[in-house]
Write a protein that binds this ligand. Structure first.
Ligand SMILES: *[C@@H]1O[C@H](CO)[C@@H](O)[C@H](O)[C@H]1NC(C)=O
Ligand SMILES: *[C@@H]1O[C@H](CO)[C@@H](O)[C@H](O)[C@H]1NC(C)=O
Ligand SMILES: *[C@@H]1O[C@H](CO)[C@@H](O)[C@H](O)[C@H]1NC(C)=O
Ligand SMILES: *[C@@H]1O[C@H](CO)[C@@H](O)[C@H](O)[C@H]1NC(C)=O
Ligand SMILES: *[C@@H]1O[C@H](CO)[C@@H](O)[C@H](O)[C@H]1NC(C)=O
Ligand SMILES: *[C@@H]1O[C@H](CO)[C@@H](O)[C@H](O)[C@H]1NC(C)=O
Ligand SMILES: *[C@@H]1O[C@H](CO)[C@@H](O)[C@H](O)[C@H]1NC(C)=O
Ligand SMILES: [Cu+2]
Length: 505
């Protein structure tokens, strides 16, 4: 049985995005501004109506307008249906842990400044766990989240990376983590001391109260792969507290919880070990006989400053402006209609469907790329998919400006991650590395720094679905495109009519 969920919102100028929900035919409730709706105006309201089909686990919702999701986000947890249970022993407790990012400034001012100057956006001043930085920052000893556990208990931690721009390592002092799910899909359980999440990703881990009763830090810090780029090099903490822990003051123990060691900010080997351990619980029904074989480069770029520009608007490296693209197309949002409305109503001039299936130029993607290739074209280029087509995408990082791990998120779908690797994808030698048996199912894949990922899905959800880097600093630069998935035959393969209260531009 499908349970409709009604989320009612009255919000200032943003739309909410239920990140990762496989809602079929109701793209109107997806949320990204100018993609599936126009923003909700001040004082306006819009009710998101959608049905959850077959998903269980941890997702989240967030604003999808400019950088408003810096503060507007929350967990969206889908429990097993009544009468069914988790595929692991029922934990005694469950704790959602949302990792966030905080600026000692208005985040909207930060992104506006970057857009105006063309420079890199300012980095955050702290990370947070459930909104609190933790006591490793100055004057923040009272602002620490306590996560309870007791000896012999198991706690299910639902970890969500809600940070705007930073991939994060996550660990707990002296405790191993048993990974049981990512992005609301179960995985074959495995044990690790540290996990890494890109913005947009979730990871459910079981933790056992099998250590001496005390207080232990839960900690997160940056996984940073862009070279010569500033980043927030701080550590946010919460405290895992055994209920039976002796009161530190009374027993004369150190008041400080045990601190875990976190990987170095550039420890890609640890990230690779983690992501390559992810497997579906059993053999999957993988789409074969691929209809659409796409190869999409992802990366940054530098635009020359238009003649006559003021130096204050050309603050990128050597008087340029930062940009980003997929297959050399830097994505701009429309402003008069949402893409989905323009598609549904047949309004011309809002988008084109000429997003290239392959890089327009082949080059050594991760080598020393000639400066003549660094400036992309700008536009609102979509890629059209027939209903039901089987799609494979090689996502290839480039070294233009810098190589970097980009967390690429696809709306409206989950996809299997068949393989990942470093350097340039080579169809002749890398196809044999595909996991065609039990690849993990996710909605966001961290494309390895200077490397590639291969994903596969069936285009069975008609609509207009954004695919983008989940580092918000990169969306603003154009690291995005959208799939226009055509209707199939019959009502159940056709996008629903827009709701009467859909916000218009
Ligand atoms: C960005 O950082 C610079 C340098 O610290 C500072 O002068 C500027 O005010 C910051 N911008 C915003 C919007 O906070
Ligand atoms: C990050 O901070 C640590 C501790 O303050 C310091 O030792 C390290 O050099 C910093 N690393 C970078 C890359 O800034
Ligand atoms: C990580 O950065 C440090 C300097 O901050 C460097 O010494 C080390 O070689 C780097 N490690 C990797 C794996 O790149
Ligand atoms: C900027 O110019 C300097 C000096 O010519 C050069 O060394 C550097 O590589 C340039 N940086 C970029 C990103 O173009
Ligand atoms: C919508 O905006 C685009 C670009 O700004 C413009 O080309 C197009 O004519 C507009 N469409 C309508 C119907 O106003
Ligand atoms: C990259 O290529 C440029 C010109 O093609 C050359 O000047 C530069 O030295 C090369 N850089 C490296 C690191 O090989
Ligand atoms: C992107 O397109 C621009 C404009 O045609 C071109 O100058 C540039 O070389 C292209 N770069 C790549 C990587 O295709
Ligand atoms: Cu990115």
């Amino acid at each position: 049985m499908h349970m409709p969920i009604y989320v009612s919102v009255v919000l200032y100028l943003f739309y909410l995005f239920r990140h990762g929900i496989r809602q079929m035919r109701t793209g109107w409730a997806d949320g990204p501004e100018f993609v599936t709706q126009c923003p909700i105006r001040p004082g306006g309201s819009y009710t998101y109506r959608f049905t959850i089909e077959g998903q269980e686990g941890t997702l989240w919702w967030h604003a999808h307008s400019s950088w408003l999701r810096a503060t507007v986000y929350g967990a969206l947890i889908i429990y097993p249906k009544e009468g069914s249970s988790y595929p692991f022993t029922m934990p005694k407790r469950e704790t959602p842990l949302l990792l966030g990012e905080w600026w000692d400034a208005n985040p909207i001012d930060v992104v506006r400044e970057a857009t105006r100057t063309g420079a890199a956006a300012n980095v955050s001043d702290s990370y947070t766990i459930n909104g609190q930085p933790g006591d490793l920052y100055k004057c923040s000893s009272k602002d620490t989240v306590i996560v309870p556990v007791d000896s012999g208990e198991t706690n299910l931690l639902r970890v969500i990376n809600s940070a705007l721009n930073q991939e994060l390592f996550f660990t707990v002092a002296n405790h191993m983590l048993t990974v049981v799910a990512t992005d609301a899909s179960y995985v074959k359980p495995f044990t690790t001391s540290v996990i890494m999440l890109g913005p947009g990703q979730t990871t459910d881990v079981l933790i056992s109260g099998n250590q001496p009763p005390a207080r232990y830090y839960i900690a997160a810090s940056a996984y940073q792969t862009a070279q010569n780029a500033a980043f927030d090099n701080t550590t946010t903490t919460a405290i895992l507290e055994y209920k039976s822990a002796p009161c530190p003051a009374k027993k004369g123990q150190s008041a400080k919880p045990v601190l875990p060691s976190l990987p170095a900010y550039n420890d890609t080997a640890t990230v690779t070990a983690f992501t390559s351990s992810l497997r579906s619980p059993s053999q999957v029904l993988l789409p074969t006989d691929v209809d659409e074989n796409l190869f999409i480069t992802v990366g940054l770029g530098l635009d020359p400053c238009p003649p006559g520009s003021r130096p204050r608007n050309c603050q990128g490296p050597n008087g340029t402006r930062f940009t980003a693209s997929m297959n050399n197309a830097s994505f701009s949002l429309p402003s008069n209609f949402s893409l989905l409305q323009a598609h549904q109503l047949g309004i011309p001039g809002v988008f084109t469907t000429d997003f290239p299936a392959n890089p327009p130029l082949q080059f050594d993607y991760t080598g020393n790329v000639s400066r003549s290739l660094w400036a992309p074209v700008h536009g609102t280029k979509l890629y059209k998919l027939k209903y039901g087509s089987k799609v494979q995408i090689v996502l290839q990082d480039t070294s233009i400006v810098t190589t970097e791990n980009h967390p690429i998120h696809l709306h409206g779908y989950d996809f299997y991650i068949l393989a990942e690797g470093f350097g340039n994808f080579n169809a002749k030698t890398d196809t044999s590395k595909f996991n065609l048996v039990d690849p993990p199912l996710r909605n966001t894949v961290g494309v390895p720094v200077g490397g590639w990922s291969v994903i596969r899905f069936v285009a069975d959800n008609p609509g207009v679905w954004l695919i983008h880097c989940h580092l918000d600093a990169h969306i603003a630069l154009g690291l995005a495109t959208a799939f226009l998935v055509e209707n199939g035959v019959g009502e159940l393969q056709t996008i629903e009519q827009p709701p009467a209260d859909l916000p218009l531009c």
